[in-house]
Write a new protein. Sequence first.
Length: 75
Amino acid sequence: MEVAAWMVVLVLGPAAVLGVLWLGWKLLPYFVAVSWGLVAVLALARQGGPDETAFMAGLVSLIAMLWIGKRWYRR
């Protein structure tokens, strides 16, 4: 069974909105980073190798996670 990246986005979109409403706006970058990371992994698995979209999604995810880590470390 092949899972398309847009299917994951359709599931993660509402989940991220509910998570932000429940936990607050401070965790919005975390939800975005996790969503992009999952899309990147699915794109790599589906295509059998890296492509530009998966690379950019992984890069955005990594930058967001580093930014979140820096903010949490300052607390």
